[in-house]
Design a protein around this ligand. Structure first.
Ligand code: UVW
Length: 322
């Protein structure tokens, strides 16, 4: 290899050969992973951070007239009107006793095409998904570690906003900009809070503002900003028993790791190996504005994705209650 040549991109099986896992920690049949940390005590700990009764909804609009940001290769949701008042202009509208009319519509959508929970079986390498299940269990739908058990359980605990854009003095983080768990801790310190064990981490980059500002150019050289893989970061997530990572980006981490060239290694190290649930494309703007104003960066976090049988993800509208 000459000095100008880049080293080959490692296989995930090699990069993560010695990485920690939580496989088996909650038994051989577990499908919700680190969400097991969110016990009744964690719900009560979260409730202690409700001070004003202020509610922030964290879902981005589906069918935004300005467009919906999606992972390259996915398409935004399409909503189709099936019935409306014009359906009764002729003789074809369904007739009901008493003259009832109504509106009906449907959407054709990627389950990961808006603010969403990823199922733990959504991403894998080396032929195995979360908890060691065979990746063939994904054929035709996630027969193991689908979004359904996450939806059955619900996600409630103490949330902490880490406003990385504000911490770095920027309107938005830049394409491919990275940060580490140490940066998250420094951000928390600057905000006057401490990340505690079992917190739901909610990280703001405001990167998707550029989707609306840049139009199609947004996808040129696509590489979102975000957390960057290191063994230390993965072990910190494991030691801190982080149940859920929520971000306002499409894929939670820097898209291509600048240190090794792999795509989405934290999906593998956190989701597939540790069972950390990932939540993406959140809208954190009203929560961030409120937190900057009142200095309260902790809250009750509550979310439940839709119960989609065999689903690899589901839209969600999480709540942050202060
Ligand atoms: C991929 O895993 C490819 O995407 P996401 O986690 O954003 O759904």
């Amino acid at each position: 290899m000459t000095s100008t040549e880049k080293p080959p991109v490692p296989e995930m099986t090699d990069l993560l050969a010695d990485a920690p896992t939580n496989w088996g920690k909650w038994g051989p049949d577990d499908e919700v992973g680190a969400l097991n940390y969110l016990t009744a005590d964690e719900v009560l700990r979260g409730i202690q951070h409700v001070k004003k009764g202020e509610v922030h909804t964290l879902q981005r609009l589906i069918g935004d007239p300005k467009g919906d940001p999606v992972w390259p290769g996915r398409t935004p949701a399409e909503r189709t009107q099936i019935l409306d008042e014009s359906s009764w202009d002729g003789a074809d509208g369904p007739a009901f006793p008493g003259g009832l009319h109504y509106a009906d519509d449907k959407i054709n959508a990627f389950l990961q095409g808006s603010t969403q929970y990823d199922a733990l079986g959504h991403v894998w390498y080396g032929g195995q998904i979360w908890n060691g299940y065979d990746a063939r269990t994904s054929v035709g739908g996630l027969h193991k570690a689908s979004v359904e058990p996450i939806a059955q359980k619900g996600v409630v605990g103490r949330g902490i906003l880490l406003d990385m854009a504000r911490f770095r003095g920027k309107a938005t983080l830049d394409k491919a900009e990275t940060f580490t768990h140490e940066d998250l801790q420094a951000c928390a310190k600057a905000q006057g809070v401490t990340i505690e064990k079992r917190d739901v981490l909610v990280i703001r980059t405001n990167f998707l503002q550029l989707f609306h500002e840049q139009g199609d150019a947004f996808y040129e050289g696509f590489c979102e900003p975000g957390l960057v893989y290191s063994d230390g970061l993965v072990r910190w997530f494991q030691d801190m028993e982080i149940p859920n990572l929520v971000t306002d980006t499409i894929a939670n981490e820097v898209t291509f790791d600048p240190n090794n060239g792999t795509a989405l290694p934290l999906h593998c190290a956190l989701m597939r190996n540790l069972g950390v649930t990932l939540t993406e494309i959140a809208d954190l703007e009203s929560l961030a504005a409120s937190s900057a104003e009142d200095g309260q960066y902790t809250f009750l976090y509550a979310a439940a994705p839709l119960k989609v049988h065999l689903g690899s993800g589901s839209p969600v509208n999480p709540l942050a209650i202060k």
